[in-house]
Design a protein around this ligand. Structure first.
Ligand code: ATP
Ligand code: MG
Length: 291
């Protein structure tokens, strides 16, 4: 079904990112609630068609750990990307003071499976793994969004404001090393894991004006990798994060290796009540944000 703006009823803003805003919308012809991401672009019309073609692969790529894609359309300066609405929002707003190890395990296993699917089935690397790009719904499902499907789209993004935290692997700051590999996503996975577990981004944060960027980047490049507190998390859990956060990209495990890790083995058959966790975390979040 081709989606266009006239068929959508806007139902409020879900959040703002570096490249535009995300709105909750109601698609009248199908009665489906969707999340619509507005992406501001700087480019010629010819490239828009290339972007839409590149996004089209998403129609043939359903997976339990990837947010569903419904369609995209564009106006003069923006691409609108319609995807599955995840009613508990992104992990950054749900982890509160840190998630317990069993919940962490379910989230991390979902992320590894999603990333592996993108790589094996779509031949893409995510490039932007971080808590805001992992979404949860109130049935307790965990799914990835915002992966770099369209090369042309990635090139055409018009940045509207700076992000406050970097999830980029140390090697990405090395200008002589070109090419972004899956191993860089594995670093971001490890960093996300530490943040979810401890309830805090593990490097010095930036202030509102982007100050402190040097301290943050130099800690990533020159500092010791972040790690999990061994008094609060099991040995398997701490080791999983440590392996992902190896500063040498070639030493980081692959997705099949991660799925064989003792941390995954320990939890893969454990039933975790993700629905209750999602509901509780979501209501806690509402206390904080006073929505
Ligand atoms: P950045 O621009 O640095 O990637 P971001 O991921 O926070 O940051 P957006 O991708 O524009 O920025 O998303 C903004 C917010 O909208 C997210 O933080 C998330 O909370 C919310 N959001 C995005 N997609 C959905 C969705 N499908 N369902 C529900 N909420 C969503
Ligand atoms: Mg995002």
């Amino acid at each position: 079904y081709k989606i266009n703006m006239n068929d959508l009823k806007l139902e409020g803003e879900l959040g703002k990112g570096q490249f535009g805003t995300v709105q909750k919308v109601f698609h009248k012809p199908t009665n489906v609630i969707m999340a619509m991401k507005e992406i501001r672009l700087e480019l010629e019309v010819a490239k828009l068609n290339q972007i839409l073609m590149e996004l089209d692969v998403l129609h043939q790529s359903k997976n339990d750990f990837i947010v569903d894609f419904y369609g995209a359309f564009f106006t003069e300066s923006c691409v609108y990307y319609c995807m599955e609405y995840m009613d508990a929002g992104s992990l950054d707003k749900l982890y509160n003071k840190g998630v317990p190890e069993d919940v962490l395990a379910i989230i991390i296993i979902a992320m590894v499976k999603g990333l592996k699917f993108l790589k094996d089935k779509l031949n893409i690397i995510h490039r932007d793994v971080k808590p805001t790009n992992v979404l949860v719904n109130r049935t307790g499902e965990v799914k990835l969004c915002d992966f770099g499907v369209s090369g042309q789209l990635v090139k055409s993004l018009a940045r509207t404001n700076v992000g406050s935290q970097s999830y980029m692997a140390p090697e990405r700051f090395n200008v002589t090393e070109n090419g972004y590999g899956v191993q860089s996503d594995v670093w971001s996975l490890g960093l996300t894991m530490v943040e979810l577990a401890t309830g805090k981004y593990p490097y010095p944060a930036l202030n509102g004006k982007g100050g402190g960027i040097w301290e943050q980047l130099s800690a990533i490049v020159n500092g010791k990798s972040p790690s999990l507190p061994s008094d609060k998390f099991s040995e398997e859990c701490c080791d999983f994060a440590a392996q992902c956060l190896n500063k040498d990209p070639s030493e980081r495990p692959t997705y099949p290796q991660l799925l064989e890790h003792s941390f995954v083995k320990k939890y893969q058959d454990v039933v975790v009540d993700m629905k209750s966790w999602a509901e509780e975390s979501y209501s806690l979040r509402q206390d904080i944000y006073k929505e």
